[in-house]
Design a binder for this molecule. Structure first.
Ligand SMILES: O=C(O)[C@H](O)[C@@H](O)[C@H](O)[C@H](O)COP(=O)(O)O
Length: 238
């Protein structure tokens, strides 16, 4: 479903409500909640809200397991690190046990080896079918989501749960959850706002199928399992 907002604060409040609901439902049902966080600038307001009362106190953080949807292959103290952003805006401010937080980074291992290890970690902590309770995503103006960038081989990966590859355009390795694992999540929430997302949002939601150009078209969840949190500027063509 698409949720449109005039006001970014309201967008973040509703995204926080979805996060809290998903956490509480999963913890009631299974005893724990598995979530994949996203990077970029779009989720910062949501993370800051979740780090504060009253939102922070509505999640049983001791039962939360935190992963990432994708990452730039850089150390945790690098300002490009998606994990660093989530740690500083959210995770350092809530009582989630450190051993339940799984950034996509390790020293002394290749990105490919790390991706294999991360998949094993996911297999230990997710339901046997590899189903996340919630995956948060952003979307770039080029229609990428996670590290599914236009015209990359990772768009066609259907076996691995986690992949690593060198993104020439950014001159760095990327680690990402793959299409099949994202499309098994109980819920996916995409946060995308700003006029520079309008064309991509239109193409992804209403355009002719073209996954190579607009990889976020690969998101394939039933309407009630995916929520697009967008502002009127991003949704101007939808
Ligand atoms: O690792 C990354 O490069 C980011 O996670 C990236 O995929 C981001 O989510 C989108 O580019 C949207 O970015 P903004 O939210 O800043 O528009």
């Amino acid at each position: 479903m698409i949720k449109r907002f005039n006001d970014l604060q309201q967008l973040n409040v509703e995204a926080a409500a979805l996060f809290i609901q998903a956490a509480n439902d999963a913890i009631t049902q299974n005893g724990y909640f598995t979530v994949a966080l996203t990077g970029g600038s779009s989720p910062i307001g949501l993370y800051q809200l979740l780090a504060q009362a009253p939102y922070r106190d509505q999640v049983q953080w001791e039962n939360v397991y935190v992963f990432w949807g994708d990452e730039r292959w850089v150390p945790l103290d690098d300002e490009r690190s998606n994990a660093r952003m989530a740690l500083t805006t959210l995770l350092k401010h809530v009582p989630v046990p450190e051993e339940q937080v799984f950034p996509m980074w390790a020293d002394g291992v290749s990105p490919q080896e790390f991706a294999r290890e991360y998949e094993q970690t996911l297999r230990l902590h997710l339901q046997p079918d590899g189903c996340f309770d919630l995956i948060l995503l952003g979307m770039g103006p080029d229609g990428h989501t996670a590290s599914w960038f236009p015209h990359t081989d990772v768009l066609h990966e259907r076996n691995k749960w986690v992949a690593a590859y060198y993104l020439d355009a950014q001159d760095m390795y990327r680690i990402t959850l793959t299409v099949p694992i994202v499309n098994r999540a109980s819920h996916v929430a995409v946060i995308a706002y700003g006029a520079n997302k309008a064309d991509a949002l239109y193409e992804v939601l209403k355009g002719a199928p073209n996954i190579e150009h607009y990889p976020a078209q690969l998101l394939d969840r039933a309407d009630e399992q995916i929520t697009w949190f967008v502002d009127e500027a991003a949704a101007s063509r939808v």
